[in-house]
Design a protein around this ligand. Sequence first.
Ligand code: UD2
Ligand code: MN
Length: 568
Amino acid sequence: MFVRCPRNKRFVSRICVFVIVLVIVIYFMRKMQRNNEAIVSEQLQNNVDESNEYEIKLRAYESKIIPNLGNNGEGAYLENSEDREMGKEALKKLALNTVLSDRMPLNRTLRDPRNPGCTEFTYNPTLTASVVIIFYNEILSVILRTVWSVILQTPKHLLHEIILVDDASTEEDVQGLLQYYLDTRLKNHNIKLLHLNHRMGLIRARLQGARISTGDVLIFLDAHCEATVSWMEPLLARIEEERTAVLVPIIDVIEANNLAYSTNGDTSFQVGGFTWSGHFTWIDIQDDDDKGKLTPIKSPTMAGGLFAIDRKYFWEIGSYDEQMDGWGGENLEMSFRIWQCGGRLETVPCSRVGHIFRDFHPYSFPDNKDTHGINTARLAHVWMDDYKRLFFIHQPALENNPVIGDLTHRTQLRKKLKCQSFKWYLDNVYPEKFIPDENVYAYGQVRNKFDMCLDDLQLQEDKIGPLGLYQCHPYLAMSQYFTLSSKGELRKEQFCAEAFDNFEVQLTGCHSHNREQFWLLFKNGTIYNPSLKKCLTSEGVETSKGLRIDTCKNSMHQKWKFTYVNST
Ligand code: UD2
Ligand code: MN
C-alpha cells in the first residue's frame, strides 16, 4: 500500500507487482498458519487426560446413555430388565428412578408445554439472571439435566451465571466429578460450584448462593428441574416492569418413575395457598377475572423452590430468616412477607419449568428435628399476629418452646419495613381463605350428651371419609375442631360434611353450592339438613364409625353443643 511501482518501466513494474503480491500471499499464509497453531494448541489444552479417574468415570457413564431416550419430554422405559429392576429399587429407596435418569441424555429435548397463546408475546428484557441451584445428595445426572436445560432454554445474553451450591453432600459423585464435568464439558459457560463445608439446610444454602451472585435477577431452582422454551424471558420482563414482583413459573410435574414431563393440559394451572397447619397447598385461581389470563396473576403463596426475584430487592425485603434450619416453612415466610411488606407474588403462565416431585425426602435431617414445624412456628410468631392461634392449635407443643429460637431480627425487620398486618393480607390478598373461628355461627368441639364428639377420624387431605364420632378429648384437638360456617357448612378447613341419600354423612371437598352440604343449627341443639329434611344423629353409631342422618325426633342423640356459639 505504501509501495508504488514505477509506471514507465514495464519490466521493472511487473517484477515489482509480482513481489508485492508474493509478500501479501506469504503474509496471509503465515497468518493462517499461526491461527491453526492457536487452534491446535487450544485443542491440546482441551485434550483431557484420559487416565484421569474422573474422565474414566465420566466416559463410562456417558457410554451408557441411550440416545434420544425421553426426548420430547416423554416418559421412558428401560429395555434391559436388570436396569429396570434396579430402577424400581431406586424408586423405593430414593423416590426417584435414578437408573433411568442415568441412561437418559442430559440434554434431552422437551416439547413446548405452554398455552399456544404464549407464542404471541415477545419479550425483550435487558436484565440478566443468576440461576441459583442448591442440592444435597442429588444424583449427578439429575443436577446436570437441570443445568443443561437452563443453558439450552435460555438466550445466552440473559444468563449471567449459574451458581450451584452443594449443601455438603456426602455422596461421592457430586464431590469432584461434578466440578470435573463443569471444567471439561461445560467450561465455556459461566457456572460456579460452591461446596459448603457443613450442611446448612436449604434456606442458608440458598443464601450462600445469593451472596456470591452478581446478575440483576436471582432465579432459584431445585436441583431436579427442567426449564422449557422461553421460560426466562417473561420472568425477567415482568421484573423489569415491576421490580417488587416476585415470580413463580408454572411448575409442571416430571414423573419420578419414568421422567415424563407431564402437564395438566396447557391451559389449566393452580396458584399457591396454605393451610392453617402451616403447609403449602395448590389452590384454584381465586379471582374470576384472572382465569384464562396469560399475563402474570396474583398468587397468595409460593411453593418455594422455583422463583425469580430482583437481586437487590431480595436483600431489601429481608432475604430469608437465616435461623431457619433444614427444610420447610421458608416459602410461606417469604410469601407472607412479600405481600405484607409491599411486594407482590405472581404466577407467570407463560413460563414453565418441570420439577420432580418425590413421594418422600430421600435424605434425613440432622437430629431428626421437625424443621418444618419449628420454622413455621417462627414465621407464625413474626408474621401472623393473632391468627397464629390457628397454627398453634395444630402444633401446641411449639407455641412457647425455646427450640424455635430468638426472633428479634425478624420482628425488627417487620418494623423497619413497616409491613401490613396478617389481617390485611387475608382481607386483600386471600379473602377466600377459610378462617374457622371468624364470622361463623359456631366452632370448636361438637359434643353430644354422652360426651362423644364429632371427629374427622384423622382423615387425610384429598380423601373422602365418614364424619366420625369419638370420645371428646379433654382439650381442643384438631381432629375434633369443626365449624358451622356463615354459609351453613359443617366443616373443617378442607372438608365439608355432606349428607347422602343412604343417610350416611361423609367428609368431602367443600362446594358451597351443594345443598347436601348445608346445615342448620337449631337452638335446641339439633343439626338439621334441610335438603334431606333429616337431623344428624349418633344413635347406634359405634366409636370411630360414621354418623348418620335420621328423622328428627326429640332424642338425646340428636342434641349437639358447640364449644363456641356466636350470638348472631
Ligand atoms: C418444596 C420446594 C423446596 C422448598 C421446600 C420447603 C418446590 C418445587 N420445592 O419441597 O424448594 O422450598 O418445599 O422448604 O417448590 N436441599 C439442600 N439441603 C438440605 C435439603 C435439601 O440443599 O438439607 C436441596 C435439595 O437437594 C433440593 C432443594 O433443596 O434441590 C429442595 O429440597 P426438596 O426438593 O427435597 O424439597 P421439595 O421439592 O420437596
Ligand atoms: Mn424439590
